[in-house]
Design a protein around this ligand. Structure first.
Ligand code: C5P
Length: 285
């Protein structure tokens, strides 16, 4: 049996540049994996793909992205499907944290090890992209500029050690609906070049200064103001929504301040996490 850890991601930057011919949106993002992880196991069984997800709110069959990732792996490699998969959820879903994509990434990485197929990261990313736009980044992980659908990845200097508080309001957001909302309104573009420059230099203060997420212009999350207020009052250097929301993250230099922020937010919210950036994506343990 292979155990795989599947880190969540946050978006330090997210701009929508336009529409691609395939219907997806052309994006400019800065992505970061954090140590809030789902746990996945993959093993051989008696043929076919079986999935147990220890959260009954999620489908346990071919509708689950982890299942789709396994099917895509077997199709790409020509191996007869045979996998028993378990998924233990820690990452909240419909949260803007790529929880589903992280699971899909972990299944591909796990099956690559289980079957000794020795696929390159690039080859695994190509399989991953067939099931979701964020899966390639979830395989690669670390600190990356992600463009096009999200699959054109350029590594930049790792984010310096810091503490990232993540709070997820109760109501999830559908990514498809978020993109539809963005299509129906004018988006004011943030300063992509300054963010690119900050990332290429690994300038933490400039990254915090130029961070932005255009989904905040179109997605209404009532709790966002309150969460940001708490983060600001606790000393966060940056507070921003991740992906299409609704999760909001705050970045802190000081662990004590981050812990205080977690305590404050836990008074009102169930899903509050203290995390740190990691320089890996889905990986076997
Ligand atoms: O690829 P994925 O399944 O994660 O996409 C979820 C939703 O977000 C889909 O509706 C897709 O059309 C939209 N999307 C998009 N452009 C992207 C990524 C996702 O329009 N670059």
């Amino acid at each position: 049996m292979i155990n795989v850890t599947a880190p969540a991601k946050i978006n330090l930057f997210l701009d929508i540049l336009g529409r691609l011919e395939n219907g997806f949106h052309s994006l400019f993002m800065v992505m970061q994996t954090v140590d809030l992880c789902d746990e996945i196991t993959v093993d051989k069984g008696n043929g076919g793909i079986s999935l147990t997800c220890f959260d009954e709110r999620l489908p346990q069959d071919e509708r689950n992205i982890a299942y789709k990732a396994a099917a895509a792996f077997f199709k790409a490699t020509g191996i007869e499907p045979n996998a028993v998969i378990t998924v233990t959820k820690k990452i909240p879903f419909e949260a803007g944290l790529a929880g589903g994509s992280a699971d899909a990434a972990a299944v591909i990485v796990g099956l690559n090890k289980l079957y000794g197929t020795e696929l390159s990261t690039q080859a695994m990313c190509e399989i991953g992209l067939t099931v979701g736009s964020d899966v390639p980044f979830c395989i690669k992980g670390g600190t990356c500029i992600a463009q096009n659908r999200g699959e054109v990845l350029s590594e930049v200097k790792p984010l310096k050690e810091c503490f990232i508080v993540i709070a997820k309001p109760e109501k999830g957001v559908s990514t498809a609906q978020a993109f539809a909302a963005a299509d129906s309104t004018h988006i004011y573009h943030p300063d992509n070049l300054r963010m690119l420059d900050a990332c290429s230099r690994g300038d933490f203060n400039a990254i915090c200064k130029h961070a932005s997420n255009v989904f905040e212009q179109v997605i209404e999350v009532v709790e966002r103001i309150e969460i940001k207020d708490v983060m600001r009052s606790c000393g966060a250097l940056l507070y921003q929504m991740s992906g299409s929301g609704p999760s909001v993250f705050g970045i802190f230099d000081s662990k004590e301040e981050a812990e205080k922020c977690v305590r404050e937010l836990k008074k009102s919210y169930k899903d509050v996490f203290l995390t740190s950036p990691v320089n890996y994506g889905a990986k076997t343990i």
